[in-house]
Ligand binder design. Structure first.
Ligand SMILES: C[S@@+](CC[C@H](N)C(=O)[O-])C[C@H]1O[C@@H](n2cnc3c(N)ncnc32)[C@H](O)[C@@H]1O
Length: 314
């Protein structure tokens, strides 16, 4: 198992006063319209299949939208009436959001299949079928959803985000604000975000508080080492000191949580888990090499490289 020296050096340098770091800080997928469309439809299709919703949820909130709020725009275009993006760093820009909006509309207009295949191999969760979900987004539903008037309203809301009358809110950092009233959201989702969250129990408790009584959440969580080590599970062997150095003063960094920690925090916060779709990888770290914190864990826990979790508010 080899540490990624570049990441370690970057972390150490970040302690130097005045260090600004890489700008802009790119996050990954949401600068692509296909990615946003694909991720939204995957969460939606599985929400339907698991009977967590029987129509497009009205008020949707997203943790960690990243480079654009495109997944949320896909939700709005498909019929949601309000979107709240909650991040810890302001990544998304007006220009990017406006560009991606037009591209996502085109995908819905031509009922494009849910993007998958080699370019999307790393995107989870996987589905049995990637056809456009016409059984959910029927022709009649999409005719209304794609009406000129509705699209104009969403476009106006992108331009006037966070202002009165806009159906789009983007709250950064959400942890400093009290962004949402209790019982106000139908669906909360995230894609490749919850592994960064250092305040897991608090975050899941907040989600429980914001969701309406019949609300649900949908999270794709990646437990891998995110390039900090050559081994996918190398981060669980790293000493706490080395990890603190590697993390440095980055605004966010994976917090090395395991699947069982998330499941416990989700249940403790007052959710019933409806789907827990795990991706399993063989461990590469011998039990004796693990950071002592991870040694008492069930060895099965350390084979779970990712999970798609959907849970209903109790
Ligand atoms: C790997 S990016 C994923 C972005 C996007 N969801 C995607 O699928 O491309 C992680 C995102 O999570 C955000 N993030 C990190 N910690 C967070 C937290 N505690 N709460 C909300 N967002 C967080 C980051 O700022 C970043 O936007």
């Amino acid at each position: 198992m080899t540490i990624n020296c570049k990441q370690l050096i970057y972390g150490i340098i970040s302690f130097v006063p005045g260090f600004k770091g890489r700008r802009p800080l790119m996050t990954g997928g949401t600068d692509s319209a296909e990615y946003c469309y694909s991720v939204w439809l995957r969460h939606l299709v599985l929400g339907f299949r698991n009977k967590l919703c029987s129509k497009v949820p009205e008020v949707v909130a997203e943790f960690g939208p990243g480079d654009s709020i495109g997944i949320g725009l896909a939700a709005l275009i498909s019929g949601a009436s309000r979107y709240i993006g909650l991040d810890v760093v302001e990544h998304s820009t007006l220009t990017k959001n406006a560009e991606i909006f037009d591209e996502i509309i085109e995908l819905f207009k031509r009922k494009a299949p849910i993007p998958h295949g080699p370019e999307f191999d790393l995107v989870k969760p996987g589905l049995d079928s990637y056809h456009f979900p016409s059984e959910i987004l029927t022709d009649a539903h999409m005719a209304k959803a794609l009406s000129d008037e509705r699209l104009k309203h969403i476009r106006k809301s992108i331009l006037s985000m966070n202002r009165p009358g806009s159906i789009i809110q983007y709250v950064v950092p959400w942890t400093d604000a009290d962004p949402l009233p209790s019982n106000s959201v139908d669906m909360i989702y995230s894609q490749a975000v919850m592994e960064y969250c250092t305040i897991l129990p608090e975050a899941y408790h907040k989600m429980r508080e914001w969701l309406k009584p019949d609300g649900f959440m949908s999270h794709q969580i990646d437990f891998k080492s995110h390039g900090t080590f050559d081994a996918w599970d190398g981060h669980w062997a790293c000493s706490d000191l080395k990890w603190r150095l590697m993390r440095g003063k980055r605004p966010y960094f994976i917090c090395r949580s395991t699947h069982s920690e998330h499941i416990e925090a989700i249940r403790d916060a007052g959710f019933k888990i409806i789907l827990d779709l795990k991706s399993i990888l063989p461990p590469t770290i011998a039990p004796g090499e693990l950071n002592p914190r991870y040694r008492p864990l069930d060895p099965q826990d350390l084979t779970i490289a990712g999970a798609f979790v959907q849970a209903r508010r109790l």
